[in-house]
Design a protein around this ligand. Structure first.
Ligand code: NAP
Length: 325
């Protein structure tokens, strides 16, 4: 990875923009690239740069890059946006977005940030749920993964991995991983699955997937990488150490539902922002993109996030033109 010396971007209190983008993952930074190409004065306010890309080590499914480190890809997204004049301000958590007057939005964030804008693009993502067990934080990106679809190929030829969860992601992930590693242990806290039956049946047919039901992971152990996982059978009380090369934690997502509701956004039954195919929310002038939205919920990828970011920027541009700002 190349090291970049960056001059920090600044924002004046009360400064006006055409577009404020909330969130600096692939969706937000892609929206920023497109927004700036539409000659819109654009700022990205974000807690961190990269979003869920920070949860993975390598990326090998983003077109144009056979294999690239996730941090390098994040840097390139950011460089791209900044090269077009976008200001990217990390370390800011946006707390409120409200319409003032007829059409302008006031966006307030931590650190005294207060800006005004004609349109807002929300790209705040959804957080992967964590297990909260010892070793999980320490080995993140070093054998602990939250995305089988993204990282399965990185485990090609390995001896064994654990997948945790009983939903579509865990079952689909186990099936995919069974094609790359010699042994997959699927650890689920119950004995029935919420995943689609067809996925469960498919997984059961694969001789190298072993189901460890009514079981939970209590500890992830390793040195420089994951080496073993401790599993507790809740029915028998038996605790076993499994030697594995990695663990895929696929236990669902948590959208920022309270924040969305506080702004007045409509959400779907899972708490994701409802958008149409142009990324328009129920509030004219606010667009949403990436993992925060109701579309493509079962297929969260960098490339899909980037795609919805581009569409959101285009819609923001159309909105600003139509409003005659
Ligand atoms: P999910 O459906 O919310 O399932 C999460 C699973 O993790 C559940 O089985 C849950 O157990 C378990 N879990 C939650 N918290 C846990 C904890 N702290 N410890 C241990 N286990 C825990 O999440 P998902 O599988 O990521 O799917 C998310 C959405 O995307 C779903 O709507 C899904 O249908 C969709 N999706 C679709 C596809 C597809 O159609 N191909 C693929 C992937 C995802 P319990 O069952 O006991 O609650």
């Amino acid at each position: 990875m190349s090291l970049r010396i960056r001059k920090p971007s600044k924002v004046e209190r009360g400064e006006r923009f055409d577009v404020v983008i909330v969130g600096g993952g692939p969706a937000g930074l892609s929206a920023a690239v497109y927004s700036s190409r539409f000659m819109l004065k654009t700022i990205v306010l974000t807690v961190d740069i990269g979003g869920q890309l920070n949860l993975t080590e390598w990326v090998d499914d983003y077109p144009g890059f056979t294999k690239i480190s996730a941090s390098e890809l994040v840097s390139r997204f950011r460089d791209h946006a900044e090269s077009f004049g976008v200001r990217v301000i990390p370390g800011v958590e946006v707390k409120s977005i409200e319409r003032v007057g007829d059409s302008i939005f006031r966006v307030v964030g931590t650190g005294g940030v207060e800006v005004y804008s004609k349109a807002v693009i929300l790209a705040v993502g959804a957080k992967r749920r964590k297990l909260g067990v010892p070793g999980e934080e320490e080995f993140q990106g070093k054998g602990v993964s939250y995305c089988s679809i993204c990282d399965a190929t990185l485990f090609k030829g390995k001896d064994a991995v654990v997948v945790v969860g009983g939903g579509d992601s865990a079952l689909e992930g186990s099936i995919m991983l069974s094609g790359y590693v010699k042994k997959v242990y699927l650890v689920h806290r119950r004995d029935s699955f919420r995943a689609k039956p067809i996925l469960v049946e498919d997984a059961k047919k694969r001789s190298n997937i072993e189901f460890l039901l009514n079981s939970i992971v209590t500890e992830i152990i390793g040195d420089d990488r994951v080496k073993a996982v401790r599993i507790l059978n809740k029915n028998t009380g038996e605790s076993n150490l499994l030697n594995v090369d990695g663990i895929f934690i696929e236990i669902g997502f948590e959208p920022a539902v309270e924040f969305f509701k506080s702004i007045g956004l409509e959400v779907d039954e899972y708490g994701y922002v409802k958008v149409d195919e142009w990324m328009r929310t129920n509030i004219p002038g606010i667009f949403a993109t990436g993992d925060a939205i109701s579309l493509w919920r079962g297929f969260r990828q960098i490339v899909t996030a980037a795609a919805t970011g581009a569409v959101a920027a285009y819609s923001a541009y159309q909105y600003i033109i139509e409003k005659g700002f």
